[in-house]
Design a binder for this molecule. Structure first.
Ligand code: HEM
Length: 521
């Protein structure tokens, strides 16, 4: 029934039961109980109609002149689209205007698709703060540091910066190199047994998870623990829908994700405990936890010194949460782009030969990565074409005058979207094309407009793991390029995008892998 149905509003006054003012003589032939139920029926209908009209009026008022549907679907709004999002749907929304409006379950949402507005939201902490998806607080635990804002966030985050210094990255890269080789060798062994092309979706996710866990915890986490976390983590990814069943009751996605988080936190907490013992016994730092414990013990360190095992575990879990899907997406598209562009893969291999001086077994160091500008351009370009994170939900703390003629109401969701910034044809001519060369010219429009490369966000919540993430994707792609040939089996779904928290090729990127003679290109 439409809320605009005139017969409905016409019947409203006579059907309300607001006391003596509206009492009518009831003919004696009408049975009293039937009369009462009819009155209740009309009353309920009137209330519902009033609420529906109110809902529409509030939506129209908040939307103002922004593009977007004139009316919102009663109660659920664009819920159906948010459950099965498509790139085409998002693109339509982004292209409808630099700011556009939608509503889902009466949450008023403003999408900001231009670079200017996206950056403005990310850099206006007094007006808007990150709110992540609805399930994130339950999955991560509300006391996780990522939910801090303002000064408390700033000072907590400052303490964590020491985990991503060049010195720390120098420790991590050795671990990344070893884990990557181990996994890629396993990929090749499996391919030798079953040579047909197979999707790398889950194997690449496993490689990422294993790398992260070993970088974070080193020898303080067992193989069994790492395997168990990897197996259970998929439940967490699946719970990251924009709107989810709100209660974590058995059977729901959020419940399963919470169980997975409990397992992960248990192992990470144990690892923190072991790291503290190991460092107290005078060991050299071998992973992120060790580095953290050592920094805290440094007499020159000025921040808070005491972190319980659980608190450290929650920080590491926040890193897993922030990185697992984004890094996997970046990696899988990296493989797909290289496989689809053999001429670019050949240039990556040329550079590897040169920097590794023919010794393909030599572990990659930070200094070697510095000498691989082409590889870095490949990684940058691959994530520009298919940005793993296309948007981040923020919420307004108060009315936010985002432009001269529009103010986002308080308590709205406001979503900076990154896709259009990174596909702006003025800055990235032929934006859909994979062209690493555009990053090699320091005077080219890509390098001259760094604000458009908004892949990792901007402002106080900008990604803390940028260097770590890019170096890991670079290292895996470079190692794969020298160890194996990968042939992409193109299917009708290869260029279709699946959105599962981040972007993935719908067919999972089906590769045929064969070992490579390492000395030729
Ligand atoms: C390709 C990989 C990655 C992408 C595309 C990515 C992207 C992002 C984006 C867009 C944000 C939100 C920024 C904002 O609101 O302005 C973010 C935040 C964050 N990322 Fe990443 N990220 C990646 C990898 C990582 C890794 C490897 C880590 C940690 C090891 C990490 C840790 C975080 C954390 C902790 C935050 C929240 C920061 C805060 O609130 O202060 N991310 N990331």
């Amino acid at each position: 029934m439409s809320f605009r149905d005139p017969s409905l509003s016409a019947s409203m006054p006579s059907s309300t039961s607001l006391g003596p003012l509206y009492t009518f003589p009831v003919p004696s032939f009408i049975n009293l109980s039937q009369g009462k139920s009819t009155t209740w029926l009309y009353t309920t209908a009137a209330i519902i109609a009033a609420l529906l009209i109110l809902e529409q009026s509030v939506y129209r008022y908040k939307k103002g002149h922004l593009p977007g549907a004139k009316w919102t679907i009663p109660i659920i709004g664009k819920f159906a689209e948010s459950v099965t999002p498509t790139m085409e749907g998002y693109q339509k929304q982004w292209n409808s205007g630099a700011l556009s409006a939608i509503s889902v379950f009466n949450i008023f949402i403003v999408m900001a698709s231009s670079n200017e507005y996206a950056r403005k939201i990310l850099n206006s902490p007094s007006y808007a703060e990150p709110c992540l998806v609805h399930s994130a607080k339950t999955v991560l635990r509300p006391d996780n540091w990522v939910f801090l804002n303002g000064k408390a966030h700033l000072s907590y985050r400052r303490g964590l910066n020491s985990l991503f210094t060049r010195r720390a990255l120098g420790i991590y890269i050795g671990i990344q190199d070893a884990i990557t080789r181990r996994h890629l060798n396993r990929w090749l062994e499996d391919a030798a047994k079953e040579p047909a092309p197979k999707p790398i979706m889950m194997t690449a996710r496993h490689l990422n998870m294993d790398t992260s866990l070993k970088v974070f915890c080193g020898k303080h986490i067992t193989e069994e623990a790492a395997l168990e976390i990897n197996e259970k983590y998929w439940a967490i990814t699946q719970s990251l829908e924009l709107v989810n069943f709100p209660l974590a009751i058995p059977g729901t996605k959020v419940y399963k994700a919470v169980q997975a988080r409990k397992v992960a936190l248990h192992w990470l907490e144990l690892a923190a405990h072991r790291s503290k013992i190991s460092m107290a016994n005078g060991s050299e730092p071998e992973c992120m936890l060790d580095e953290w414990v050592q920094v805290l013990a440094d007499p020159a360190y000025k921040g808070r010194r005491e972190f319980s095992d659980l608190e450290m575990a929650m920080v590491l879990f926040s890193f897993l949460f922030a990185s697992q899907d984004a890094m996997s997406s970046g990696l899988i598209y990296g493989f797909q782009h290289l496989a689809d562009h053999p001429e670019i893969l050949a240039k990556v291999r040329e550079e590897q030969e040169r920097v590794r001086q023919g010794d393909m077994e030599k572990p990659v160091t930070l200094e070697m990565l510095d000498q691989m500008p082409y590889l870095n351009a490949v990684v940058k370009e691959s994530m520009r074409v298919k940005p793993p994170v296309t948007m981040v939900p923020y919420k307004t703390l108060r009315a936010f005058p985002i432009s001269d003629d529009y103010t986002v109401p308080a308590n709205s969701m406001v979503i900076p979207s990154f896709f259009n910034s990174m596909h702006d044809p003025q800055i990235f001519p032929e934006p859909e094309e994979f062209k690493p060369e555009r990053w090699l010219d320091p005077n080219g429009s890509a390098n001259q407009n760094p604000k458009n490369y908004i892949l990792f966000g901007s402002g106080p919540h900008r990604c803390i793991g940028i260097e770590y993430a890019t170096m890991n994707i670079a290292l895996v792609l470079a190692t794969a390029a020298v160890m194996m040939d990968f042939e992409h089996e193109l299917t009708p779904l290869s260029n279709e995008v699946e959105i599962i928290a981040t972007l993935f090729p719908k067919d999972g990127c089906r590769l045929k892998l064969t070992p490579r003679m390492q000395s030729n290109n």
